[in-house]
Design a protein around this ligand. Structure first.
Ligand code: FES
Ligand code: FES
Length: 168
């Protein structure tokens, strides 16, 4: 019995400010494209079901789970990955705070934690612990690094406020 190969289509995706022409099928997820076609390995494959947050990116500035987003539906949307937040030489304030607070064991959840924390701080640069917990509550960490992660987000918020004060 022969099976018909899935139909391929072209899609133009904007990722971290750069446009990419990609060949996808209906089943191709954004996460697959990011990791396999664009070598953006910040987003991780955890559950693959939209339940753990390891694959979090921003779509038009809002957090989204790339493992369940069909790539072909994202033409014209602005996609931001962990790599788009900052670089090794110029890390985002939240990335630097996670490094300084040593907020990692295996590190697998950190992409999602950082993307969610950075999004939180855009709206609220003085979050209390309940705000931080709420923002990160749907992101799973199997290593139990929660205390260090909380500390990193507090540190990032503190630095962000100091930066804004300095710039004012
Ligand atoms: S890998 Fe996407 S939510 Fe778990
Ligand atoms: S540090 Fe290992 S899953 Fe969070």
């Amino acid at each position: 019995m022969s099976t018909t190969p899935p139909r391929q289509t072209q899609v133009q995706l904007t990722v971290n400010g750069q446009s990419h022409a990609l060949t996808v099928t209906r089943a191709t997820t954004l996460l697959h494209v990011l990791r396999n076609d664009l070598a953006l390995n910040g987003p991780k494959l955890g559950c693959g079901l939209g339940q753990c947050g390891a694959c979090t990116v921003w779509v038009d500035g809002e957090a989204a789970r790339s493992c369940i987003l069909p790539a072909q539906e994202l033409a014209g949307r602005e996609i931001t990955t962990l790599e788009g937040l900052g670089t090794l030489n110029k890390p985002h304030c939240v990335q630097q705070a996670f490094i300084d607070a040593q907020a990692a064991q295996c590190g697998y959840c950190l992409n999602g934690m950082i993307m969610m924390a950075a999004r939180l701080l855009q709206d609220n640069d003085d979050p209390n612990d309940a705000d931080i917990r709420r923002a990160l509550s749907a992101n799973l960490c199997r290593c139990g690094t929660h205390l260090e992660i909380m500390q990193a987000v507090r540190l990032a918020a503190q630095r962000l406020r100091a930066q804004k004060k300095g710039a004012a």
